[in-house]
Design a protein around this ligand. Structure first.
Ligand SMILES: Nc1ncnc2c1ncn2[C@@H]1O[C@H](COP(=O)(O)OP(=O)(O)O)[C@@H](O)[C@H]1O
Ligand SMILES: [Mg+2]
Length: 353
């Protein structure tokens, strides 16, 4: 695999405040990479430095192995889509999409072919003669996408492009963006603060927190093997069980964590330090309900929440901590029931930070 795009030691400060610590990131050719993180974590700053709209305080940007740090935005071969569609209100849909191509001094025939193509791609051919104010928010965002795709940039940067749309339309547009990514074969760098959106869309996610990268990996990497407490908490629901190691190991030689009022076997490979507190991540889908006293930990069902496809059971553990467990509806758990919990230790993750 080769890198389409590389940020090398890229950093940004505004006076005394750090918008982005020195950061390295490589995006592969044709990849869909998402910058995910809470508001203010530096996502837009990183994206804008890739685009050239913001000048870095340090470091450099390479595209196709070429240093473009001092190349102006229009000459980087990049397309951009933002949350605000910024369509020209006095121009028809067709002219909005043609604008960038005309600026690039393409021939009439080339412009016509590219605009028709781009409108077809976002399924807006029938709206070519309308004006932006005659379109819904979702339709306007399609036009903004078409305008960007029309000149076929090999890198497309999208900053919360679906942020202004309601949930249903957002989900529909996520599927559209996936399809368009496949059709275009371009490299996408996408910004969102929405974990579900990131999990749905991305080949890889770059999780950001407090002006730096927390973890980079596939959606499954981040969900199954979060590197830090922050990563575990930001993606998916997390039960974090805190405790210390038991002096004696389990029957199979595995380390045992004393937490949630029970003895919890850890993966044999877990790197553990005696006399230190450890945090174990147990996703809600890992445990199964068993008879009291026959699992690793015991608790009482405090609440049962219906989620459509499954049920979330809230448990009050014997040491007072709380745990959320996903369970099949057929088990019909009831508030007040005493239950035990058991799971495959290899489905849990010991967190170090
Ligand atoms: N033009 C600017 N001047 C001063 N501070 C800025 C500017 N742009 C961004 N910042 C600060 O940099 C940090 C990162 O911002 P940003 O990259 O926009 O975060 P995100 O996109 O993840 O919400 C924030 O603390 C923000 O206030
Ligand atoms: Mg932002």
């Amino acid at each position: 695999m080769s890198s389409k795009l590389e940020a090398i030691g890229i950093a940004k400060r505004y006076g005394d405040s750090v918008a982005l610590e020195p950061t390295d990131l490589a995006v592969q050719v044709g990849e869909f990479l998402t910058l995910l993180g809470p508001s203010g974590s530096g996502k837009t700053t990183l994206l804008q430095m890739i685009s050239g709209l913001v000048a870095p305080s340090a470091g450099r940007i390479e595209i196709d192995g070429r240093d473009v740090t001092h190349v102006e935005p229009g000459k980087r071969g990049i397309g951009m889509v933002f949350q605000s569609y910024a369509l020209f209100p006095h121009m028809s849909v067709w002219d909005n999409v043609a604008y960038g191509l005309r600026m690039r001094r393409k021939s009439r025939e080339e412009v016509r072919a590219a605009v028709d193509d781009a409108l077809a791609m976002v399924r807006m051919t029938d709206y070519a003669k309308r004006f932006p104010k005659e379109l819904s928010g979702g339709q306007q965002q399609r036009i903004a996408l078409a305008r960007c795709f029309a000149y076929r940039p090999s890198v497309i940067l999208l900053d919360e492009p679906l942020g202004a749309l309601d949930k249903k339309l957002r989900e529909h547009m996520q599927a559209e963006i996936r399809r368009l990514h496949k059709e275009l074969g371009a490299t996408f760098v996408y910004v969102t603060h929405d974990q579900d959106e990131a999990l749905t869309l991305s080949d890889r996610i770059c999780l950001m927190n407090q002006a730096r990268i927390e973890q980079v990996g596939t959606p499954a990497d981040l969900y199954d093997r979060p590197a830090t407490r922050f990563a575990a908490g930001f993606i998916g629901h997390s039960n974090l069980l805190e405790g210390e190691l038991d002096d004696t190991r389990g029957a199979g030689g595995e380390p045992i964590l004393l937490a949630a009022g029970g003895r919890i076997p850890l993966p044999m490979s877990a790197s553990v330090t005696p006399a230190m507190r450890h945090t174990l991540l147990v996703r809600p889908e890992a445990p199964r309900l068993v008879e009291p006293q026959s699992g690793f930990v015991d608790g009482t069902i405090a609440d049962v929440v219906f989620f459509g496809s499954d049920t979330r059971v809230q448990l009050s553990m014997n040491d007072g901590s709380e745990l959320t467990v996903r369970c099949e509806r057929s088990l019909s758990p009831r508030v007040g029931d005493k239950v035990g919990l058991m799971w495959d230790p290899y489905r849990t993750t010991l967190l170090h930070a």
